[in-house]
Design a binder for this molecule. Sequence first.
Ligand code: FES
Length: 96
Amino acid sequence: MSDLRIKAHRRGKRVNLRVDGRPITAYSGETVFAALLAEGIKALRHASKDKTKTARGGFCGMGVCQECRVTIDGMPDRRACMTAVCEGMEVVTDGR
Ligand code: FES
């Protein structure tokens, strides 16, 4: 998957994190949600009350919808859109 970031935009320092065991590169100042989207990772979890277990992903990007919840550094239900990337961060989605 190619990087979906706008090429001409100035970026912060490179930050390495792992998503579902896969290394990805993000940039300081980005949220986890932005980094995931830039990598083409949209399905973050599955609907818990829906028998079809529909794939879910972030919607609002501003901390309201709760659809971007992932496990970050072992802490479940962290909102990816409200969490800044950090070097060495481990992100686990339920969207695989
Ligand atoms: S995308 Fe809505 S709370 Fe994160």
